[in-house]
Design a protein around this ligand. Sequence first.
Ligand SMILES: NC(=O)c1ccc[n+]([C@@H]2O[C@H](COP(=O)([O-])OP(=O)(O)OC[C@H]3O[C@@H](n4cnc5c(N)ncnc54)[C@H](OP(=O)(O)O)[C@@H]3O)[C@@H](O)[C@H]2O)c1
Length: 308
Amino acid sequence: MAILVTGASGQFGRAAAERLLAKVPPHELILTTRTPEKLVDLASRGAQVRRADFDDAASLPAAFEGADRMLLISTARVGTRVSQHRNAIEAAKRVGVRHIVYTSVLGAAAPDNPAIVKLDHRATEEILEASGVAWTFLRDSQYSEAVAMAMAPVDIMTGRHISNTGEGRVAFVSRDDCVDCAVAILTTPGHENRAYDLTGPELFTYRQVAELISELAQVPVEYVPVDDEGMFAHFDSLGVPRHASDDPAQGPIPWCSTDMVSFARAIREGFFDVKTDHVERITGHPPRTLREVLLAYRPTWPRPPARG
Ligand SMILES: NC(=O)c1ccc[n+]([C@@H]2O[C@H](COP(=O)([O-])OP(=O)(O)OC[C@H]3O[C@@H](n4cnc5c(N)ncnc54)[C@H](OP(=O)(O)O)[C@@H]3O)[C@@H](O)[C@H]2O)c1
């Protein structure tokens, strides 16, 4: 009756593995990853660590053997990852996995949602729905950690927050809360064939996000609204590729401006203007606020440059 976590060396996967180790006997935890050497510490605590790459379909059944429930962590190659997810689902089904919990995105089922990430996630959800294996979709809002780790340092260093989100709002959710939900769902009954919208407790515009970063960092941050073309031009000027690739010959950069610009457009058009109580209902604790997450990461932020 083992629980399997795929992508267990990633940020979501490792956090889920750590929390599951506190709840289940270690030998009942199977951790798969492309890089088992990153998980030697968890193997030494008794977890079964196995190599698995979703691009290598033939190897997956052996890697998944013995699993009963599975946390399928979406891969990072936005736009071309459905085949990877299909390989994983087919292998899981073949070895008798009964329940797959999948990390999706808020708005995955909204037909007009322009965020390109939605296409991969909804296609994967449909494969799961047709698979005959029980499923749970974690439709995560935008992670607070993305603001804390990726956006805040840039805002602090440049004094500007450039965005094509307009006045659209997001209830940022902590990735840690999404991990807590995944762990609760994998270890308690009653979540089969349900989709949850995992959000934080407050809706913010990006103008308000810039104000919050400015307040916490004690540095001016000007909010600079731009349209989609302006946002593409900005990313182009930074050398960000338009399309994602994890092919080393092309980068490797598994993220791209088409993803980020279309995601922000979805925010502008209201597809992320959603706030639910699903985190608290699933985990029994309230979701972390954006302020809490930013404060936790504040010690890692750079010192602002002197401006004349
Ligand atoms: N809602 C949001 O705001 C938001 C933000 C960021 C990401 N996400 C999604 O959430 C996922 C997890 O986030 P994270 O922060 O943990 O990202 P991360 O640390 O970059 O991890 C990427 C994950 O993809 C797995 N992966 C990549 N290629 C794979 C392959 N060929 N076969 C099997 N697994 C593969 C990695 O597994 P190994 O390296 O261990 O093999 C790892 O678990 C992301 O991949 C993305 O889909 C959502």
